[in-house]
Design a protein around this ligand. Structure first.
Ligand code: PLP
Length: 346
């Protein structure tokens, strides 16, 4: 490229600037991906208890069941394809929207996939068979034991290698830096939209099931903060028992290392709001079910009491105690269509 300045100057010495180090944002954006969804998903203005909110409609991602999972799958596929893997082996929990979307995505790109489903949380076996029968032939239903699932994944991996294939083994819920980069790109997409609208949100409410999506949001927010953007508080709502904050921190550190970012997310930035778990993942009461029905009729949003309903409830109680100065964002991650058939209210 010609430098217009040196073309007009008569200096005999040419100054060569040291190459700018790649910014964290550039590194994050350079993660490979394929296109499955329709982006950007809408960011809609709404109200929650008369307080203005923005709803990020990732339920309209336009691939498979729709939802935030499309972002993870696009980037995981990018990683798998650019590294020459030809098959994905992974494990998911009983109630998931992942299995239904991952199989067609891999098939479309000629990749094999084997998905093992642990019997947790417990659901009736005929319901379970019905739920997964629509997901495709490569889904295998296992018992509840972790040891069994590890053994089966190991056997599948060894068998696949023995046949001369290159399997990629993904942790539960696609816990991988590529999937974290996928959800980070969703956060950056939302930031472009708020800048266009002339708004700057105060906080974002996001469901934290495995926390992979939350990890990506925190990573993206931190990278923007380092670039001088004002902070946005990212609040994860727990829908699973267990130390989700540790899993999130692990994923964030893995992604920072994997993308060679220079920034480090301060661990205390991981804020998890507890929700009413009623003893476990996918448990809910009839009051939770009523909330989902109310949101559906008032907001025209379909949410289920396993994921989005818990996040909506946490947002409502947060708004009852806090008066935000700027809009808050409810991130609509998707919907479990069979939720009423899958579990009774407890
Ligand atoms: C997968 C999923 C989430 C959140 O996913 P993470 O595992 O935390 O990344 C939230 N809501 C719905 C409906 C989902 O299917």
């Amino acid at each position: 490229m010609r430098n217009p300045k040196s073309a007009t100057s008569n200096q005999s010495q040419v100054e060569i600037a040291a190459p700018e180090p790649l910014s964290d944002l550039t590194r994050l954006k350079a993660a490979p991906s394929i296109r499955l969804g329709k982006w950007p998903t809408p960011l809609e203005r709404s109200y929650c208890n008369d307080i203005p909110i923005l709803v990020k409609r990732d339920d309209l991602s336009g691939f498979g069941r729709g939802g935030v999972k499309t972002r993870k799958i696009e980037y995981l596929m990018g990683h798998v394809l650019s590294n020459g893997y030809d098959e994905v082996i992974t494990v998911v929990a009983n109630v998931t929207n992942l299995a239904h979307d991952i199989v067609p995505a891999f098939e479309r790109h000629g990749l094999g996939s084997r998905i093992f489903v642990i019997d947790n949380p417990l659901v009736a076996s005929d319901e379970r068979r019905r739920f997964f029968s629509s997901a495709g032939a490569d889904v295998r239903l296992l018992g509840a034991g972790r040891a069994e699932s590890v053994a089966r994944m190991l056997m599948a991996t060894l068998g696949s290698r023995a046949r001369g294939q290159r399997p990629f083994v993904a942790l539960p819920s696609l816990g991988h830096p590529s999937a974290v980069a996928g959800s980070a790109s969703g956060f950056l997409e939302m930031v472009d939209q708020v800048l266009e609208m002339g708004e700057w949100p105060e906080s974002v409410f996001i469901t934290a099931a495995s926390g992979t999506t939350l990890a990506g949001f925190l990573l993206a927010e931190n990278v923007l903060r380092e670039k001088g953007f004002p902070p946005i508080r990212v609040l994860g709502v727990q829908v699973h028992e267990g130390p989700v904050n540790k899993w999130v921190l692990g994923l964030v550190r893995w992604a920072e290392w994997s993308f060679r970012l220079s920034s480090r997310l301060p661990a205390e930035r991981i804020e998890i709001l507890a929700s009413q778990l009623h003893g476990g993942f996918c448990r809910y009461t009839s009051a939770d079910a009523d909330l989902c029905k109310r949101v559906q009729s008032e907001q025209r949003l379909k949410i289920d009491p396993f994921f989005g309903g818990k996040t909506w409830a946490a947002m409502e109680s947060w708004l009852a105690a806090n008066r935000p100065q700027r809009p808050i964002v409810y991130w609509h991650c998707g919907y479990t269509p069979d939720w009423q058939a899958m579990a009774e209210p407890s």
